[in-house]
Design a protein around this ligand. Structure first.
Ligand code: AMP
Length: 351
């Protein structure tokens, strides 16, 4: 009897001790091997260590022009793929950003708490706007400029202790922290100031055709990128065509042998073996052996994910997961928005 009570107590304590973590995924393009090994694999581990909230950031996706049919299918594909890769809605909360209206409402409030100067300094705005504009400001979507405020709202709404960020998003988290600190000083404490957690292992998967640059899902060359929904034949042929060098010596040397090192890296991360062990394993072997082993490792990883994906994408399962997730997220978000509105003097008649 006492044992059972102890177990129940322990479970409660473990649950209480879990720190909250929030992150978003933008439903743009198909998930690449780089996205999976660099980010998604980490989240699958984080769901056991943290109280994890993941939202599909469809409001961020529309900051650049989108075709509505394609946005619907990409959103569905991305959600299903995250679950197929191991996110478990029983362990974490998965929801669609637009289903929790509080994101947009707090986003507006935080826009009023930021300055043009701060937003103009965001390097992602400079990069993305140069792609959208024709050399002038006239055609740059306003949402592209203000979206870091929505991102701050996505985070501050849940008062998380941690936010996992890639180096590319570090500046936006800094802005969220600055806004939180500023509001805490001005209106009395209202936000937990979130800490960044840089993605584990600092993993960088390189382009298969130009291994000096990062593998990107938006690459113009389809042979350069492994997509998580590529067929086994596509994966086999992409690895076969991956650029190496003429030495035929399997050695980890990212500067002088970037192609071979990238393949070794992919294998070592998927199989969870050290680069030293990889050297021993491939001693005296040639590039064909290396490529065969990498292909085999990739197929063993990706085929089960694709099988799970085809199950998930059918029927109402996804809809049910997202509805349940939104309800859970809304409980926290609604309370937090009320608190912020109250402190700002917006909803004087509600507590
Ligand atoms: P993106 O696909 O560029 O929108 O990136 C989404 C997230 O995946 C970011 O946090 C990136 O750092 C991560 N990511 C994208 N490509 C790679 C890659 N080749 N290697 C490791 N991480 C990546």
């Amino acid at each position: 009897m006492f044992d059972i009570i102890d177990i129940v107590k322990k479970r409660r304590i473990n649950k209480m001790e879990k720190q909250r973590m929030v992150t978003g995924i933008t439903p743009s393009g198909s998930m690449s091997l780089g996205n999976y090994l660099g980010v998604v694999k980490n989240l699958v581990e984080y769901q056991n260590e943290y109280e994890l909230f993941v939202f599909v950031a469809n409001l961020h996706a529309i900051t650049i022009p989108q075709d509505s049919t394609s946005l619907k299918s990409k959103t569905k594909e991305m959600t299903a793929l995250y679950i197929a890769c191991g996110l478990d809605p029983e362990k974490m909360t998965l929801f669609l950003q637009s289903d929790v209206f509080e994101h947009a409402q707090l986003g507006w409030i935080l826009t009023t708490q930021s300055t043009m100067g701060e937003l103009s300094r965001m390097t992602q705005f400079k990069d993305k706007s140069s792609k959208q504009s024709e050399g002038d400001n006239i055609s740059i979507p306003t949402g592209l400029f203000t979206y870091p405020c929505l991102m701050a709202a996505d985070i501050l709404l849940y008062d998380p202790k941690f936010v996992p960020v890639g180096v590319d998003q570090k500046q936006h988290l800094e802005l969220s922290r600055d806004i939180a600190i500023r509001m805490n000083n001005k209106y009395d404490e209202m936000h937990v100031v979130p800490e960044p957690i840089l993605t584990k292992g600092n993993i960088k998967i390189m382009d298969l055709q130009d291994p000096t640059k990062k593998m990107s899902k938006s690459s113009d060359n389809p042979k350069a990128v492994i997509k998580m929904l590529d067929t086994p034949a596509e994966i086999t042929s992409k690895i076969k065509a991956a650029v190496t060098d003429s030495e035929n010596l399997i050695k980890y040397d990212p500067i002088n042998k970037p192609g071979v090192s990238n393949l070794m890296n992919i294998y070592s991360i998927i199989k969870n073996v050290s680069i030293d062990d990889c050297h021993k394993m491939w001693e005296g072997k040639n590039y064909k052996d290396l490529k065969d082993d990498v292909t085999q490792a990739l197929l063993e990883l990706i085929i089960p994910i694709q099988e799970k994906y085809s199950e998930i994408i059918k029927g109402d399962y996804l809809k049910e997961v997202l509805e349940k997730g939104a309800l859970k997220a809304k409980k926290i978000a609604h309370k937090k928005l009320n608190k912020v509105q109250n402190k700002l003097g917006i909803n004087w008649y509600r507590k």
